[in-house]
Design a protein around this ligand. Structure first.
Ligand code: HQG
Length: 179
């Protein structure tokens, strides 16, 4: 991702996941917002963002953070929201194990309470350890937890996979976590 695309991606994450009101846009119940209105609100001097640039950011984003609807009139973030929207994902059978990257200072609390979603709408899990290492590294020396997701599924916990491959779940009780 180019430097400009990265900063656009950060800004879009901010408004489409957390603070749409700061840009004066609204999200519908599934997190979608109008592309035309988004561009109109962003394009206030000295800022500029063309439809082509927006399309490039959506297509080339390193974590596929955003999606258009079919005719590209609406856009949303694929995951990571703190605002209360329903991604309308269907529960899906996960692989036997999924991974979560965190840091040492949270371990005691996770051992006590399991993984909780905090300000976001879901706990985020990844298919591979490498992604979990990257996620944990945002906060310091990463510690990777293994979640027995197959067992969770068998015990009727709903797991969802967002369009960008991230697995989402309401919470992970401690008994399904290998420390
Ligand atoms: C921790 C980024 C104490 C949890 C990343 C994490 C990811 C607990 C933090 C995505 C806890 C929450 C999500 C408990 C969980 N006690 N701490 N019981 N349970 N935690 O940012 O998973 O670039 O909300 O371990 O790459 O770090 O934004 O979640 O450290 O995919 O697209 O509480 O955000 O993606 O932090 O990251 P977050 P996360 P983007």
């Amino acid at each position: 991702m180019s430097k400009k695309n990265k900063s656009i991606s950060k800004f879009l994450s901010y408004v489409l996941r957390h603070h749409p009101g700061k840009l004066g846009i609204t999200l519908d119940e599934n997190g979608w917002t109008s592309v035309a209105v988004l561009l109109e609100k962003i394009n206030v001097e000295p800022y500029s963002l063309s439809m082509q640039e927006l399309e490039d950011v959506v297509a080339m984003n390193n974590k596929k953070r955003f999606a258009f609807n079919e005719n590209k009139t609406m856009i949303r973030a694929n995951q990571g929201h703190s605002v209360d929207i329903d991604l309308a994902l269907q529960p899906k059978e996960p692989p036997r194990y999924l991974y979560h990257g965190t840091v040492e200072k949270f371990i005691n609390s996770i051992q006590e309470k399991g993984l909780i979603k905090g300000t976001r709408q879901h706990v985020h899990l990844s298919v591979d350890k490498e992604t979990a290492v990257n996620v944990g590294s945002r906060r310091g020396k990463p510690i990777i937890l293994t979640v027995r997701s197959g067992e969770m599924h068998a015990q009727n916990h709903a797991l969802y996979q967002s369009e960008n491959g991230v697995w989402l779940i309401e919470a992970v009780p401690k008994e399904f976590i290998e420390f």
